[in-house]
Design a protein around this ligand. Structure first.
Ligand code: HEM
Length: 451
């Protein structure tokens, strides 16, 4: 579709990188997508020494593929990430490696098989409608908050038997605080210091984390000894108890409850928010996806086939995750020596993988900062490298919830856009801020109007 060129906001870029120490102060320390120079969007590999670590920023799709897929066995989750994530996620699926990771992945996989996910579409649709029932036509609502609220309800309903303790405003605020602090505690984690709450953000984060761990541990204990209902949590507890000693099984059940509760909703909420933001700025695209959504819903509002009837919305959703990847970076650590793009990798080196950088790389995309959902037309997609676009990672550790996220995101957006028109609030600028996930800073107030 030919429309005027639209370049949505991104942080300013210097021509060359500044001194390393600047990364530990001010906006650069707080916001992971701020402070990148143009070099990071044009080179293939950048190697830097940061506080005793050698860090390789891999900016070439072949290197990303090698690390995540080709030689995945040599690249594990870094010590820093484990240290940093341990207090909240323990040794759950996201933060474990080797045999423990493999066993946990096997245990949860069936819950995310296509048929299991497709059966959840009615939950996605009901949560979307419940959120929109609170909107007033002509009113301004924070749609980032609505998206987070909706995805939190969905994860609680679909994985944790709808437990009301996971659906409160308090739980939502605690999660936001824990993730916000996640960005700030990078420095102590890198330095190997205990994560002392030396400022308000970290203190709130620690309180949020403690609340979540305590609540989820209560939830798991209430289900003992047999796991209770036949839902994700029940099946997880039973499978872990069949495989591990009782104390270990209990610890891993809480770790995975925290992992799935967190990884499973904040990410999709951000993908939904960014899609709404882009559509609010691009009315022609919005009218087109709204018409598609209305036609798709007229054939059935919550059947398993709904997400497949939304090809245009899917392209916009994918373009939103290209421009604003919900997980802007993730890392690995080399076990043995290797080579990447002609650079030597030594055991212990950190490999830093940035969807944020590759998704906007000048050598990989035409007009990389411009909004163009048609990049994801099948014929154009076929010409791209598999690892130039990877919002869900790749290889054996690809996001286990990818199909869930697509079905959820598309269903929620279709229900909202078929019935409501969203427009920007004048004078308000949207700024992307990367803590652990990438979100619009200060929320996303948009004007909503019933169609
Ligand atoms: C738009 C939404 C989402 C995005 C962009 C996203 C992104 C990612 C990425 C990039 C990874 C790989 C990290 C790495 O390799 O280090 C990942 C892993 C993971 N994701 Fe997602 N995710 C999303 C939704 C979900 C949902 C809905 C769930 C669960 C219901 C989920 C659960 C997980 C888990 C448990 C892992 C760890 C997998 C493993 O290591 O085996 N994610 N996700």
């Amino acid at each position: 579709m030919a429309t005027a060129r639209f370049v949505p906001p991104h942080p300013p870029r210097d021509i060359a990188p500044g001194p390393m120490w600047r990364g530990f102060f001010g906006e650069r320390a707080r916001n992971s997508v701020f402070g990148w120079s143009q070099r990071a969007f044009s080179e293939r590999h950048i190697k830097r020494h940061i506080l005793g670590y050698t860090v390789h920023f891999v900016l070439d799709p072949d290197s990303v593929q090698h690390v995540l897929q080709g030689n995945a066995a040599n690249y594990v989750k870094p010590d820093i990430v484990k240290r940093f994530g341990a207090a909240l996620l323990g040794r759950g699926l996201l933060t474990s490696d080797g045999a423990l990771w493999r066993e946990q992945r096997r245990i949860v996989a069936a819950n995310f098989a296509p048929a299991a996910v497709d059966a959840l579409v009615p939950h996605f649709a009901a949560a979307a409608d419940a959120a929109a029932s609170e909107w007033r036509s002509g009113g301004t609502h924070d749609l980032a908050e609505a998206a987070t609220d909706t995805t939190m309800r969905i994860i609680a309903d679909t994985l944790f038997g709808g437990d009301p303790r996971l659906k409160t405003r308090k739980a939502m605020d605690h999660i936001a605080a824990a993730l916000r602090a996640g960005g700030e505690s990078r420095l102590p984690a890198i330095l190997g210091l205990p994560s002392l709450p030396y400022n308000k953000v970290l203190w709130r984060g620690q309180r949020g984390r403690d609340f979540l761990r305590r609540t989820l541990a209560d939830l798991v204990r209430d289900r003992l000894p047999d796991g209770g209902a036949d839902d994700f949590l029940g099946r997880l507890i039973r499978a872990l108890r069949a495989q591990f000693e009782p104390a270990e099984a209990l610890a891993l059940a809480v770790d995975n409850a925290a992992t799935f509760y967190l990884a499973g909703h904040e990410t999709t909420a951000n993908a939904i928010s960014w899609t709404l933001y882009l559509l609010s700025e691009q009315p022609e695209w919005q009218e087109r996806v709204a018409a598609e959504a209305q036609a798709a819903l007229s054939e059935g509002a919550d059947d398993a086939g709904l997400p497949e009837r939304l090809p245009t919305l899917r392209r916009v959703f994918e373009e939103a995750m290209r421009l604003y990847p919900p997980v802007p970076r993730f890392d690995r650590q080399a076990v043995a020596a290797d080579g990447l793009c002609g650079w030597d990798v030594a055991p212990g080196d950190i490999i830093s993988i940035w969807p944020w950088l590759l998704h906007r790389h000048q050598a990989l995309w035409d007009d990389p900062d411009a909004f163009d959902p048609d990049r994801f037309l099948p014929e154009r997609r076929a010409a791209q490298h598999r690892f130039q676009y990877f919002p869900f990672g790749g290889g054996p550790r690809v996001c286990v919830g990818m199909r869930f996220a697509y079905a959820e995101g598309l269903t929620v957006l279709a229900h909202w856009l078929a019935a409501w028109r969203v427009t920007p609030v004048s004078g308000r600028e949207v700024r992307p801020v990367g803590y652990v996930t990438l979100k619009p800073e200060g929320g996303l107030p948009l004007r909503v109007e019933r169609r």
